[in-house]
Design a protein around this ligand. Structure first.
Ligand SMILES: Nc1ncnc2c1ncn2[C@@H]1O[C@H](COP(=O)(O)OP(=O)(O)OP(=O)(O)O)[C@@H](O)[C@H]1O
Ligand SMILES: O=P(O)(O)OC[C@H]1O[C@](O)(CO)[C@@H](O)[C@@H]1O
Length: 260
């Protein structure tokens, strides 16, 4: 693709930015923003949340991450409710606990933003169903928040078996869900089954059904991106950041580049 002055231009799927280029950064920062992760387990959501949190704080935007997994671990006896069956869409008790935990995290997030303690809250959960995402959006748009919160979804989509496998074997099996409860081997097997439970309920963000949402899809750890409806300064910063960082340990790059 070549621009007007013959300069090659970068091809981008969608870049639909509202407001951020015309309003001053300071005005935009004052609007509370919720960044909600979306994606199957082992897709780097917690990793992205931590990196984003550190970056936004570093550029002076007070940010805190709320991890729904931590609420679940407090609510459950992991010896009895830590295995993959808990995450089955047919497990009514599991569903209820998961939804209660998500609600508690969303309300804590709401208090954090309403009290003006912070400007950005990151909701680190799978948020895999459209109903969950709708619940979050409706909550953020409620008028008692003054002003209502903007919501931006960061969906991590990854179907590269090598990436997923190394995420499981290098990170997930050491999670507090498994430590001291089962062997590494059993943890790996259980986590793979957990992913299958989530696949049964996963509704990816959809170009048509979710046309009103603001979101970025990070595909295969940043090989490509799909950006839609970016709204304001914070969301622009998030997109910029995600498009410019390495999401995987450098050893995933060819040896010649990570030795430099
Ligand atoms: N966009 C990405 N896609 C796939 N893997 C990624 C991505 N970003 C980071 N990672 C890798 O994912 C690993 C960590 O996984 P993480 O715990 O963050 O997954 P998760 O999606 O939060 O899982 P869970 O839903 O079980 O909490 C890190 O080793 C990191 O290198
Ligand atoms: O309630 P959700 O959206 O499935 O997300 C929270 C869950 O995500 C997980 O990180 C999935 O592995 C669990 O720790 C946690 O209970």
């Amino acid at each position: 693709m070549v621009g007007p002055a013959g300069v090659p231009q970068r091809k981008m799927t969608y870049w639909n930015v509202k407001g951020s280029l015309v309003d001053s950064a300071n005005e935009q920062v004052r609007v509370p923003n919720v960044i909600a992760l979306v994606g199957l387990p082992a897709r780097g959501k917690t990793y992205i949340s931590h990196k984003l949190c550190r970056y936004l704080n570093w550029i002076g935007i007070k940010t805190k991450a709320f991890n729904v997994g931590e609420y679940r671990r407090k609510a459950c006896n992991l010896e009895e409710e830590g295995e993959f069956e808990f995450f089955s869409p047919h497990n009514n008790k599991g569903n209820k606990i998961r939804e209660d935990c998500a609600r508690l995290a969303i309300e804590d997030m709401g208090r954090y933003l309403d009290s003006k303690e912070g400007e950005v809250a990151i909701l680190d959960a799978t948020n895999t169903t459209r109903a969950r995402r709708r619940l979050l959006v409706d909550y953020c748009r409620e008028m008692h928040h003054n002003p209502p919160f903007r919501v931006f979804f960061v969906e991590s989509v990854c179907d590269d078996p090598d990436i997923i496998n190394s995420n499981i074997t290098e990170i997930k099996i050491f999670s507090p869900d498994y430590k001291g409860i089962m062997s590494e081997e059993a943890a790996k097997e259980d986590f793979m089954k957990r992913i299958e439970m989530y696949k049964m309920q996963y509704e990816p963000i959809d170009e048509e059904c979710d046309e009103d949402l603001s979101y970025i899809k990070v595909i295969n750890a940043g090989k490509s991106f799909y950006v839609h409806n970016v709204n304001g300064h914070v969301q622009s910063r998030v997109v910029y950041f995600l498009m410019n960082i390495h999401l995987l340990p450098q050893k995933h790059l060819p040896h010649s580049s990570w030795r430099k």
